[in-house]
Design a protein around this ligand. Sequence first.
Ligand code: GDP
Length: 587
Amino acid sequence: MASSTLEIDNLITVGALAEQLKIPPAQLIGELFKNGMMVTVNEKIDFDTAQIIITELGLDIELKLREAEAPILKKDRSTLGANAKTRPPVVAVMGHVDHGKTSLLDAIRGASVVKGEAGGITQHISAYQVEKEGRLITLLDTPGHEAFAALREHGARLTDLVVIVVAADDGIKPQTLEAIRFARKAGVKMLVAANKIDKEGADLNRLKSQLAENELMPEDFGGDTVVLPVSAKTGQGVQELLDMILLLADVEDLKADYDGPAEGLVIESHMEMGRGPVAEALVESGVLHAGDYIVAGAAYGKIRNLDSTSGTVLKEAGPSTPVVISGMKSLPEFGDVFLVYKDEKSARQASEKAATIAKNSTSKLDMSSSDLLRIISQEDEQSTLNIIVKADVQGSLTSVIDSIRTLETKDVSVKIVSSGVGNITENDMHLALTSKSILYGFHVALPSGVKQLIARDKVQVRLYKVIYELLDDVKAEMVTLLPPEIIEKDLGRLIVKGVFKTTKSDIICGGEVTKGKLTAPSLAKIFRDKELLAEAEVTLLKRGPVETSEVQTGEMCGMSLKTAGRVDLQEGDRIELFTRETVARTL
Ligand code: GDP
């Protein structure tokens, strides 16, 4: 029996495996080299290779293959009751910045949204419903890139459909690809809105080809991706977009239980003067009533006011309805599931239990709600620094972000997970925690409630008043993400004049040094003419019968080598000695 077990994915980077095995990456790389695999820290090896190497290393660890994670966190349809009825689709709009997400949402809503003081930057996800021919559509309002990380975490549970907005005059851009990847991984259907079709440079065909290149084959190319030309400016195509959303919803046959106690997700929460904790939530199943006792995470209370997100007083709200709730005793958190309880006592007990679990869990990231985030962020975890930036005014925010962008290199990128004007809020903290970001504040304050959270959640918050100091900090963080560089230094060369012993793992030979200076211990490549026969470790050098640490050009010497398998060394073969070092890199 192995003394411990380790669960890994089918593909794992050498660096990550070394970390999990708690051995230096160089040791692992060395072992892989010995087995004929020339890999660097960042390259991935598969499970079988990892297993072999662990045995070779003599580690007492049993390796287990991690089961593939379920890509979809959406409710299992089979759990629906017999009375389940059709519910409105929940739709998220995503795409590259400036491609017109906000404008399109405005056009759908039929009114221009009054932009907030913070230059229109929205810190949270909110939601509202629109009606089309008597049917409702729930839209998640996620203007800008800010709520993206948060949406990623809960997106699969929240959304049925993602509308990818692409400016037809600009085509697919990095954030478009990110949105596509998000939707694909979450298993959510996509619909492409080719926006700005009114503009002169709009090129629908080019966009369709780009979509095809990214495995979103448009319908008229023989695929099944719907691409609708729209203009948020003129309103062209907006009604067709809504029709298409409803059509796709019909195809998906979206249903929910309307009977039974309500259940849903908190999508935003804040304190309001005179009202106390206020939460915005999306009902997922059942019907929520004013006066219900609810528990969301560690918060509980009786719903005092139940409103629609546009401010209408509601008596009840069914599946896919976004609601605003007041009356809770404390603030629930973004992403908390809410449930209805029969009375105050059972609600309080449930919330106390949730609070204990939260306290005992080392990190919220361990909780299941972040499974999706983990799946999605896995592939770009390496060498991407996640950052949240808050600044006092829009001008400084823009310059901080622009300056951070200039620091990016081909090896390390920076992802601005969220940014905004104003003090650091609990929402920022939550986002930093779930997206593993560092929170940078520029000329902003840290309210005392948030300070407490830092201690509890160990979120990295850095406040600066001088921009280049902030940039130095970002740079220092980026450097820590750089994979170490592996440098090979040639030592010298030996021509084999005699082979004294070869076994499965050892060679003893002698020869003449024809170049450089040989030292041991070191590494060696064994060549026959141009062909590389093997790599080996040089364990010992001898001048005559005496062990020595170095031998110069022109001298004869004996050499002991360790090999990964039998190497049939012959007179005349060439052994090139070298050392391999991993060095920390700089940007
Ligand atoms: P977002 O960053 O994706 O939310 O993009 P916005 O909605 O803020 O739009 C970015 C810019 O594109 C704004 O100046 C809009 O007025 C403009 N815009 C958005 N949609 C259209 C469109 O359909 N046609 C034209 N001509 N301009 C548009």
